[in-house]
Write a protein that binds this ligand. Structure first.
Ligand code: GCB
Length: 610
């Protein structure tokens, strides 16, 4: 009976255009929604030739009217003993989701290519009028998604979330989701072929079903007015349904705020509320307020901090007062499982190390990290730099590459725009100056500012030496004039010169902007001791930190630093046996959690830096 009803509902909904592309818009605040986790054990098939996706003429099965039973997403089973079906998910090995495949299966350590994932589940619906979405926190790098043999869509980008509405396809019993996840690096990709980190493949973040009413709150953005910190500004967006003009109540009980809004026919309402009692969010007092949006059918809460972040001349101002960013860079690698980090426990461990180091700031490099760490930073009072994976040598002239980079940027902003901790959107890392690159980045910056005018924009640039005197350093990059905060990486004493060279360096930075040193560092194998001039020893790294910190303090505009890096991380560029063994060793902590001597140098600096 229910199936007949579902069928009728489908016909009705499709004919009234209730399930449209529009409802695939990215849902935010999924941590506070009604969800069913699909994490756990998934079957997988390794498919280096993409045999389950292309026929023998290399035509994709999912573009055929009637896909062949050879298409893995059809999950076909032999009906009679004579049937030829050459795959079987249910007999295949399993893996944990979320999780990269490289560290779960020894055979897949270096694998780059396609793996198919399958999970079966029942979904007894309590309210047949509700909508159901399939949400994936991230899968690296390209995902083709299918439910019950039907294509849901494609997502490109390894570090941002995506969702598809599945209401019309879901059954009470025996649903099967199939994902084709492909982590092949490509020239036109973002990032591109060459990076200095491990290209972990797989469904690396949480997968869940999200249930909403027919007309639902897709998006909200609540923040302090950058110019008047007694005003809370915001907007809410409804989706689903033809007439989207509805009443929405926004409430912040602790501030005794309750305001009724009416959305326009596109589902949007904006508001401004004055309050003189706001306790501002800061690293010392990471105050979060419960904020709720209520419609006739739904209540969605979030925990939101209120602060302003601005610049004045060469200062970064948090809530109107200059702040020094005492930070460190971080890759998304788990100190617990050693693969891609994806849990709150991973985040707790690394953010606690930053606190122990006297830090108040983290650079999440070189791509958006999982939502757990951003939410925890909000709770713990750690300021965050988030970064788009535009790294090194992207195809600056390729419009598809630009569209991809912009899409990933917008997904990152969409997910995290309500987090007070996030103060900087970084557009790129160490990209070589050219007209095409400048145009590309300027366009990205314009988009970021338009989407979120409440945060600072930066990019990790490079510095250059004066042609007449290599000791004199400048920032010549034209992007310096476009960003709010001037950030650059420098490796004096490691990729050139010795730690002592720092004594002769003179920084002539002419731009009147705050400066963040987004990277410096040296490799050291934890436990290897020797002379301070001997590479790879803890003493060398310690010495480099002492000399570099002394040098950097002479930069007048210095407002923050995020040395490279908190924990040693995997990179195929680092094969040196017995020292690197596939790890970039510039961490202050080894991959098994042991602190190196330079950790304490940085701590001492942070404890006294004013
Ligand atoms: C850099 C890059 C970073 C590398 C680091 C290094 O400048 O931004 O991704 O890992 O240098 O260790 O060489």
């Amino acid at each position: 009976m229910k199936n007949i009803f579902l069928g009728l509902l489908t016909v009705w909904a499709c004919s009234t255009n209730l399930w449209s592309q529009d409802t695939n818009a990215l849902l935010i605040n999924t941590h506070n929604r009604k969800t069913t986790s699909l994490n756990g054990s998934w079957h997988y098939i390794v498919d280096p030739y993409e045999n389950g996706y292309y026929n023998y003429r290399y035509e994709p099965f999912d573009q055929q009217e009637q896909p062949s039973t050879n298409a893995y997403f059809t999950n076909t089973k032999p009906k009679s003993p004579s049937d030829l079906i050459e795959y079987n998910f249910d007999e295949a090995d399993t893996m944990q989701v979320p999780g990269d495949w490289n560290t779960q299966k020894e055979k897949l350590y270096y694998y780059e290519g396609t793996i198919w994932y399958k999970k079966s589940f029942d979904y007894p619906k309590t309210n047949l009028k509700n909508r159901i979405f399939l949400y994936v926190g991230a899968a690296n790098y390209k995902t083709e998604a299918y439910l019950n043999g039907e294509k849901l869509g494609t997502h490109i980008g390894g570090f941002t979330p995506f969702n598809f509405e599945v209401t019309h396809l879901l059954k009470e019993k025996d649903n099967f989701i199939i994902f084709k996840v492909d982590n092949k690096r490509t020239k036109e990709g973002v990032p591109t072929l060459n990076t200095d980190w491990w290209n972990y493949g797989g469904i690396t973040r949480d997968v869940k079903l999200i249930e909403t009413p027919l007309t639902f709150i897709q998006d909200h953005f609540v923040h302090l007015d950058s110019k008047d910190n007694n005003i809370i500004k915001g907007e809410v967006n409804l989706k689903g349904g033809k007439n989207l003009a509805h009443e929405v109540t926004v409430e912040i009980p602790e501030l005794r705020i309750k305001k009724k809004l009416t959305t326009d026919t596109s589902g949007r309402a904006t508001f401004e509320i004055k309050s003189r009692k706001i306790e501002y969010w800061s690293p010392e007092n990471p105050k979060l307020y419960d904020v709720s949006f209520t419609t006739n059918d739904e209540e969605l809460q979030d925990q939101i901090g209120f602060r302003t972040i601005t610049t004045q001349d060469d200062d970064i101002l948090l809530n109107g007062k200059p702040i020094l960013l005492k930070g460190i860079s971080l890759h998304e690698e788990s100190p617990i499982t050693k693969g891609r980090a994806n849990s709150r426990a991973d985040a707790e461990k690394v953010l606690s190390w930053i606190k122990e180091m006297g830090g108040n700031y983290v650079r999440l490099s070189h791509y958006p990290h999982n939502e757990h760490i951003v939410r925890l930073a909000d709770e713990m009072g750690i300021l965050v730099w988030e970064e788009n994976p535009v790294y090194w040598t992207i195809q600056w002239n390729n419009p598809k590459t630009y569209a991809n980079a912009q899409n990933q940027l917008l997904e990152m902003i969409q997910r995290d725009k309500n987090r007070a901790a996030v103060i900087i959107w970084s557009m790129a890392n160490e990209t070589p100056v050219s007209d095409a690159r400048n145009t590309f980045l300027t366009k990205l910056i314009k988009t970021a500012r338009k989407t979120d005018p409440t945060r600072l924009i930066s990019a990790a640039l490079e510095q250059s030496s004066d042609p007449n005197n290599p000791n004199i350093k400048h920032i010549d990059d034209p992007m310096a004039d476009v960003v709010d905060v001037l950030s650059f990486n420098q490796y004096l004493g490691w990729y050139g010169g010795t730690p002592e060279s720092c004594r002769d360096a003179q920084w002539e930075i002419t731009q009147n902007k705050p400066v963040i040193i987004s990277e410096f560092g040296a490799g050291a194998k934890q436990g290897l001791h020797g002379d301070k001039n001997e590479r790879w020893t803890e003493e060398y790294q310690e010495y480099l930190y002492i000399e570099t910190l002394a040098m950097l303090q002479k930069i007048d505009q210095l407002s923050g630093i995020s040395p490279w890096i908190l924990v040693d991380f995997r990179s195929p560029r680092r094969p040196l046996p017995h020292i690197q063994d596939d790890y970039n060793r510039k961490g202050l902590i080894s991959e098994d959690g042991k602190k190196k001597k330079a950790f304490w140098v940085l701590k001492e600096f942070y404890d006294t830096w004013k």
